[in-house]
Design a protein around this ligand. Sequence first.
Ligand SMILES: *[C@@H]1O[C@H](CO)[C@@H](O)[C@H](O)[C@H]1NC(C)=O
Ligand SMILES: *[C@@H]1O[C@H](CO)[C@@H](O)[C@H](O)[C@H]1NC(C)=O
Ligand SMILES: *[C@@H]1O[C@H](CO)[C@@H](O)[C@H](O)[C@H]1NC(C)=O
Ligand SMILES: *[C@@H]1O[C@H](CO)[C@@H](O)[C@H](O)[C@H]1NC(C)=O
Ligand SMILES: [Zn+2]
Length: 307
Amino acid sequence: MKISLAAIALVAAAEGVNAWGALGHQTVALLAQQYLLPKTIKQVRSILGSDMSKPTYMGDVALWADSYRYEEEGAWSGGLHFINGQDAPPPESCKIFWPTDCPPEGCVVKAIGNYTELLKSRKTSDAVRFQALKFVIHFLGDIAQPLHTEAYGGGANNITVFFNGYKTNLHAAWDTAIPNSIFGLLPNATITSGDALGFANNLAADINMGKYEHSIWSWLKHHNILSLSREEKAASAWAQEANLKVCDAAINIHPEKLNGTEIGQGEYVERARDVVEMSIARAGIRLAGWLNLIYSGRTGFEGIKWL
Ligand SMILES: *[C@@H]1O[C@H](CO)[C@@H](O)[C@H](O)[C@H]1NC(C)=O
Ligand SMILES: *[C@@H]1O[C@H](CO)[C@@H](O)[C@H](O)[C@H]1NC(C)=O
Ligand SMILES: *[C@@H]1O[C@H](CO)[C@@H](O)[C@H](O)[C@H]1NC(C)=O
Ligand SMILES: *[C@@H]1O[C@H](CO)[C@@H](O)[C@H](O)[C@H]1NC(C)=O
Ligand SMILES: [Zn+2]
């Protein structure tokens, strides 16, 4: 049974949307698209059943996992979008304890391993492969959102903040208000794939001009799909890196002090925008490299002049 979009919006508002919003997820996917190798593109398009006339084939499926989790048949997947880093309440200590922070029901790190294995296996049915690819595209986005790696207040969902007067919570601000503001959009803006494509093109231009040239090798240094444990090891390292940004930027003063404050202007949001931009760029590059490893046997970033 499908529940209506209005119901989804209500549930999402009540719980805090546990994901990058529409802009973040689509931008990660569309940025990754720009770095796929030809063999990867062929496989990805074939699995997604997208025809060559669709220029945003990965962006178009990037939000599926967030609607699926609010459907009755997809409710089981809700816990796969994050990992609750049980560190001391930030900003004192930010750390992922792998594998103990991942409960038996799963988490984003295990999910990335599981769906990567399903994509690699020839035995996977078409229907499961289709889901697995949509999950991988989505979860490599989620794992890059610092507050998807933090247990405090369920990823800071319980910290009320204002964004230029718009009442939200800290988690939702990092999912939506802050990314939207990078692109000049209000927290409540309806995002089109054109917005995400514009953002992805800006990031790709920065990347191609060398903005992250000294970082890209390290963004890809854990890339390894030889076994489930290597895949989980890579994903846990990405979660750890995102989690460091919790103390560094998202919860950089005691959370009780952040509660109830206006964060739309000043040092906090300037730092946050830099972190979000880097995190989305990093996630896009990682997603491209990961899919290239699966379908072309290499990340595709070897020997590129800015590496
Ligand atoms: C892996 O994903 C499949 C398909 O969604 C699911 O049935 C299975 O339980 C998952 N395995 C683990 C260990 O999470
Ligand atoms: C948020 O939840 C945490 C528990 O994870 C609690 O310790 C803290 O007091 C809550 N903070 C606010 C501002 O409600
Ligand atoms: C979005 O927020 C702005 C300013 O807070 C408000 O003027 C506008 O009506 C809102 N739009 C929607 C669609 O809610
Ligand atoms: C957090 O801020 C909200 C809004 O200002 C307030 O209603 C709530 O009591 C605060 N919570 C704590 C634990 O301070
Ligand atoms: Zn999600």
